[in-house]
Design a protein around this ligand. Structure first.
Ligand SMILES: C[S@@+](CC[C@H](N)C(=O)[O-])C[C@H]1O[C@@H](n2cnc3c(N)ncnc32)[C@H](O)[C@@H]1O
Length: 253
């Protein structure tokens, strides 16, 4: 077992202080960030490099879009997937990523053998598609798909629950001050069936985000896997509480 994983005792002993052990946090964050690869200065193209799943991954960012730059939560989730692959074996698993941005998490899942559906808003898809193709072409067991998923919109039409069954839903840094938090919750709810696990890396910025976690907790079982105070990031695993579906008020649908 990863010595960095949050255990029940460590969570309880830290209650009140709200922090993980400072030295442990620094060590784990150091290990996570060491997966960044420094780009040579002499190059025509600007990219961000990462080392996961025995591959060097090159990510092109586009600085005019929120979803087209890399956020640290994605690196945290990738590190977890890479180092916990015995426990979270992605081989031949059906995975969907929400708000995939530049695509690092989808790429790593794909390199680890999953069948990945990478989703985001329409304006982000072209750069996402470029990064995913560039880093997975010819080297993956399953060809990834990149498609629009605007939270809360046309979920049953585009992702029917009878046929779209996912082993995992991944999400990194999808909760911040945007007006679609309720739609995001509905999207998790729609995609998460019995047996589906959500792995969600959450960056805390404002109080509103804490409230979202509590609303999320009312619909899903939630377990903390990492607590990284120096990055203000927590990694959660979640699964649905009931076999049926719920409405926004938590009532059966
Ligand atoms: C902070 S970025 C995180 C990107 C990526 N997951 C990462 O960690 O690098 C938030 C992502 O959510 C996407 N997003 C925001 N609102 C959305 C919505 N209503 N429907 C779908 N995606 C949305 C953005 O386009 C962006 O890619």
């Amino acid at each position: 077992m990863d010595s960095h994983l949050v255990t029940e005792e460590s969570v309880h002993s830290e209650e009140g202080a709200g922090t993980n052990n400072v030295a442990e946090d620094a060590e784990l964050v150091g290990a996570i960030m060491s997966r960044r690869v420094l780009q040579s200065l002499i190059t025509l193209e600007v990219w961000e490099g990462y080392c996961f799943a025995e591959h060097q991954i090159k990510i092109r960012e586009s600085h005019d879009l929120y979803g087209a730059v890399m956020w640290p939560s994605a690196i945290v989730l990738c590190y977890f997937l890479d180092t916990q692959r015995d426990t979270y074996n992605l081989l031949d698993k059906n995975v969907i990523e929400l708000g995939a941005g530049t695509g690092l998490v989808s790429i790593v899942a794909c390199l680890l053998g999953a069948a990945v559906t990478s989703t985001d808003l329409p304006e982000v898809l072209s750069n996402l598609h470029y990064n995913i193709l560039r880093n997975t072409k010819g080297g993956c067991r399953h060809s990834p798909s990149v498609t629009e998923l605007s939270w809360g919109q046309e979920l049953e039409q585009r992702f029917p629950r009878a046929t779209c069954r996912y082993d995992y839903v991944f999400a990194a840094d999808v909760v911040y001050s945007h007006p679609y938090l309720e739609e995001l919750l509905d999207t998790f709810d729609h995609l998460c069936q019995e047996g589906t696990q959500i792995l969600w890396a959450m960056r805390f910025r404002l109080d509103r985000e804490n409230q979202f976690v509590e609303r999320f907790r009312s619909r899903f079982h939630l377990e903390e896997l990492y607590d990284l105070p120096s990055l203000s990031i927590k990694l959660y695993r979640a699964s649905r509480k009931d076999k049926g579906r719920t409405t926004r008020s938590g009532q059966p649908a």
